[in-house]
Every structure is written in structure tokens, then in C-alpha cells.
Write a protein that binds this ligand. Sequence first.
Ligand SMILES: Nc1ncnc2c1ncn2[C@@H]1O[C@H](COP(=O)(O)OP(=O)(O)OP(=O)(O)O)[C@@H](O)[C@H]1O
Ligand SMILES: [Mg+2]
Length: 327
Amino acid sequence: MTDAIVARGLTKVYEKKITAVDHVDMDIPAGSIFGLLGPNGAGKTTIIKMLTGLSDITEGEARVAGFDVRKDPMSVKSRVGWVAAEVILDDDLSAWENLWLQARLQRLGEWKDRAEELLRYFDLSERKKDKVGGYSTGMRKKLEIALALLHQPEVIFMDEPTIGLDANVRRMLWDLITGVNREFGVTVLLTSHYIEEADRLCDRVSIINQGKFVASGTPTELKSRVKEDFIELDTSETVTAEKLSSIPGVSQVSSEGKTWRLRVASAEEVLPNLFHALKTDGIRRINVEKPSLESVFIDITGTRIDQAGSDVQDFRKFYLNVRRARR
Ligand SMILES: Nc1ncnc2c1ncn2[C@@H]1O[C@H](COP(=O)(O)OP(=O)(O)OP(=O)(O)O)[C@@H](O)[C@H]1O
Ligand SMILES: [Mg+2]
């Protein structure tokens, strides 16, 4: 199988000497769904921007849909689509007018048959003349994907496609993404910080932290790297690392803020010992993390994906959520 995306030593240093992406390699087979999983500020969007020619590559090289991104950015741009996290639909226009606008922006000559096909596929044909402002969130998502597919791209990039969506719409979108991948044979690169999303959707995942890939593989391969469970607990002040280490079955103790994290062979076997040693009034909160992409991340970085990078302020996402909530 040919690769839709190949990158070697891909690096981005922003002006203030921030290394956002640090020597990343990628080989993404055509027709697959690839996930970039990582916390806020990890460098996910920057990778997409470099691969789509929107941001200069500081160092390294990348080929997308068979073309060198640096040498032939226009050929790349005509073969990729981008479903942005930002809302791109014009609420005052109908679905058909949004598609027309997209065709104009992309300078497409023939687009109407394709547009009709996409509307049919996404079940929007009957509403195509209605203003998008009156659409449900699910319908808007469908139309956003249809716009990205209008020029028949070989690769589509989806930057956090499900952020801010409720669980039902998120699941619907997962089905849409796998459907589009199969139906149109399009390669999908998506970014996410939802563990379950990457696990469910992606053929292969790279976990990214502070600009570097810290692990890559199929979700199953990655999960098999960590065979142990983690128990996280918040306790009263009297509990010490020594005390936790002495509990039978606990192989490692670390702490992050007020939370202890115990690495154990089997949570089921250790929990009774833990309750016995600490008594229940010493335990304020307890959480068991079975092998998952999250535990792989914890294993490598010592922190959870949703905690890593949480100090990065993200007003863009805040406004996005506000805009979605107002609908
Ligand atoms: N235009 C820019 N100028 C300077 N620094 C930037 C710029 N864009 C991003 N950065 C920095 O580069 C790093 C990576 O940012 P990026 O947006 O790629 O992360 P991300 O993984 O997409 O995060 P998020 O999950 O919050 O979207 C961050 O430290 C960010 O502050
Ligand atoms: Mg981003």
C-alpha cells in the first residue's frame, strides 16, 4: 500500500523559539484513519498546518498525496481537505449556497453532481435549500465534512472534530468518519485528546507530547505496552509514600499534586489490601485505570492527557464552545 502522508524529521520552531513540533516521522498508509493524540499545546494543529502548507516547515520534509509539501504546495492543497475545529459554515446561507461558495473558493468547474452526491450521502438533500442557521449540530457536522470532500480530496485532516460536542453527536460523528473513510476511500488524519475516540476510530495512533511522538502503533499494540493497572487515589494527610509502597501488590508509587498514583499488577487483587492498610476514612477518592491509551500516556509522561498542558490558555476553544452552546 502506498503512503498518503510521509514525514521525516518534521519540525516547527515558532518565532519566539518555541519548538512546537520536534523531529516527527510519519508513514500513514492511503485509505487509513490515523490519530494524533495529545494534550493541549502538544503540537497537533501545527503538524496539520505544516502538512497542508498553511505553515512553513522549519526543518525536515513531508509528502502528502504524493507531493512534496515544500516544493509543490499547490498540488498538495488541491488534494487535501480540512475539517477545522472552528465553525466555517455561513449560517445565513443554505447548504447548497455553502457548497457553491466552497466551489468558488476552490475554483471548481464541475461541482454540482458531486455536491448532490454528498448531500444524498449525508442525508441532507431535502434540507439543502434551508438556511444552515436552523440546522442541528449533527447536520452542521455533516455539512462541514461535505464541504471538505467537495473537491474529491485524497486526504482529509480533522482537527479535534468532536470537541465541545455532546456524547450522542460525538458517536454519530465517529460513524460518519469511518463511513466517509470506507465509502470515499479517503485517508483521514484526525487529532484528539479523547482517548476513547482515538481507540475506537483509528487504525494507528501516535501519542504526542511537547512536540515529540512518545509512542506510535495500533491502539491494541499501544495498550499491550502497559500490562499493569494504575490506581489513583486522594487520601488524608496521614498517608505516606512508604505506607503505600508497603501494601502487597504495589510495584511503584508516585504523586501528582494531591493525587497518589500506584502501579499494580492487578487492581482487583490490590484493592482489598489497600482498604485494609488505609482504612476507608483515609481515602477521599479512588480511580482505577486499566490498560488504555491513557495509561500508556501516564506510563511514558507520568501525567494524564487531560492534565498535561492544561495550563495552556485556549481562548479559541473557549469561544468555540460558547458559540456552540448558544445554538
Ligand atoms: N502562531 C504561533 N506562534 C507562536 N507559537 C505558537 C503558534 N501556534 C502555536 N504555537 C505554540 O506551539 C505549541 C503547539 O501548539 P499547537 O496549537 O500545535 O498545539 P495543539 O496540540 O494543537 O494544542 P490544542 O490541543 O490546544 O489544540 C504551543 O506551545 C503553542 O503555544
Ligand atoms: Mg490544536
